[in-house]
Design a protein around this ligand. Structure first.
Ligand code: PLP
Length: 471
């Protein structure tokens, strides 16, 4: 009998896993020694690697050597404490270990039958996160990969909830559905409208106040105008923590408009929502408990390895009704009493995301997570206080969470000057910042949210900015 071809032997795997554990620990230990932005030109990585795949096996040591010299040093280091661009997306130690074990089990969480403990761990983690956010038991939910998908599912469910439309069976067929989001809402909402067949014309942007929050009276007026013009308003998206300035839409007032108009309220709290784990910050989100669906991303500001998005919804039956399609080979005897998660969304095969969250929540404890979030807010306010105290700089938005929007005030063309400052600080490689536009002005952003960040990192960022502004 020929020898089975097989996989890596258990002994080989054990030895390799020890090497990989060392590589991972060394990386996390050495992070601060790296520049956060690598010095690399497009095409440089491809040029170092053979264009054809190897036909013969290669030893693991050669593969790991290439990983160590060609891949690792030339990523942009999202784990780095000087990565302050966009929003944080940081992987904690216990989260990384959970991700590794999830890959080892390779449990595909589509049905309870083929993933019993992983399905129930997902139910448990969804419930834990809901409790951590202070939201009522009326919410059920699941984990998805990203906020973009969580919002898309919610918008399709909202569309499905409109009485008498039968879109699932008959398609949109020229119906004019309208949804509403502020001018500051994330592009994923517009993308969801495109994918869900609502179209860009079907999303109406509502103006914001001086602090970039949706104006509820403008929303009411838009809905009335649309109804009169023959549109069917079906969904409002409130953003709690907008991408540019982290402004928080007035959810209580928006929930009242939705209740009065019988319109679905979807809350995009992808970045900001985790702040509700901090008891004294929960008031920022008043009214979100009245939403029909909510998205909060642990993979943004809760140090969970990418990817993990929490989608909560009030009416699981509506979600199941919108998405469920069970072919014969997936019918199981337990279907009635369990969560078969594939029926609540688009994907059939689903990653086992609950394990890393379960391990991480246990390892830090809810109080430990809250303490870290609270510290990030303190660091952001510290940075904001330096901006406020310096007449050469101005802050351009409030700081309700842990992101600061600001700009340099001097020079004839402040937009060009701030763009130049951004390019300069990023060119040092020692910090990575991003920008946005607020009221049409070019604005710099510092986003805090890495458990490895300290006062020293924030001070280093401020020093680099000031240096870039005067040279
Ligand atoms: N919603 C908001 C408010 C965001 O800021 C972002 C990304 O930054 C998203 C949604 C999209 O998140 P994801 O990458 O998980 O799809």
């Amino acid at each position: 009998m020929p020898k089975p071809l097989g996989d890596m032997s258990p002994d080989e795997f054990r030895a390799a896993a020890r090497r990989v554990a060392d590589l991972a620990a060394d990386y996390l230990d050495r992070l601060d020694a790296y520049d956060v932005l690598p010095r690399i030109e497009p095409g440089a990585t491809r040029a170092k690697l053979p264009p054809q795949p190897p036909s013969a096996p290669e030893p693991l040591s050669a593969i790991l050597d290439d990983y160590r010299t060609i891949v690792e040093p030339f990523i942009t280091h999202w784990q780095h404490p000087m990565f302050m661009a966009y929003f944080p997306s940081v992987a904690s130690g216990p989260g990384i270990l959970g991700e590794w074990l999830a890959a080892t089990l390779n449990s595909n969480v589509m049905l309870w039958r083929n993933a019993p403990s992983s399905t129930e761990l997902e139910e448990l983690v969804v419930s834990w996160l809901r409790q951590m956010l202070g939201l009522p038991e009326a919410f059920d939910g699941m984990l998805t990969d990203t906020a973009s998908i969580s919002s898309l599912l919610s918008i399709v469910a909202a569309r499905h909830a409109v009485p008498g439309l039968r879109i699932r069976e008959e398609g949109l067929s020229g119906r004019r559905l309208r949804m509403y989001a502020s001018t500051e809402a994330h592009s994923s909402i517009e993308k969801a409208a495109i994918v869900a067949g609502i179209g860009r014309a079907g999303i109406r942007r509502i103006e914001v106040d001086a602090e970039f929050r949706m104006r509820p009276e403008a929303l009411s007026a838009a809905i009335a105008e649309d109804r009169a013009a023959g549109w069917v308003p079906f969904c409002v998206v409130a953003t709690l923590g907008t991408t540019s300035s982290t402004s928080i839409d007035p959810c209580e007032a928006l929930a009242s408009v939705c209740a009065q108009e019988r319109i679905w309220l979807h809350v995009d709290a992808a970045y900001g929502g985790v702040a509700a784990v901090v008891p004294e910050m929960r008031g920022l989100f008043a009214g979100w408990e009245r939403a029909d669906s909510i998205v909060v991303n642990p993979h943004k500001w809760m140090f969970t390895p990418f990817d993990a998005s929490l989608l909560l919804f009030r009416d699981p039956e509506n979600f199941r009704d919108a998405f469920s399609l069970v072919p014969e080979y997936l019918k199981t005897r337990e279907a009635a009493g369990v969560h078969n998660f594939n029926e609540y969304g688009i994907q059939l095969g689903r990653r086992f995301r609950a394990l890393k969250l379960w391990m991480q929540i246990r390892w830090f404890g809810v109080d430990g997570i809250a303490a870290r979030l609270r510290d990030h807010v303190r660091l952001a306010r510290l940075f904001a206080s330096w901006v406020d105290a310096d007449p050469d700089w101005e802050r351009v938005a409030p700081v309700p969470l842990a992101t600061v929007c600001f700009r340099y005030r001097r020079g004839e063309d402040p937009d060009a000057r701030n763009r130049e400052i951004l390019d300069r600080v990023n060119a040092t490689g020692r910090v990575f910042l991003s920008h946005t536009k607020l009221d049409g002005r070019f604005v710099l952003r510092v986003a805090i949210g890495n458990p490895r960040q300290t006062d020293e990192h924030v001070a280093r960022c401020w020093a680099l900015l000031k240096e870039a502004a005067v040279t």
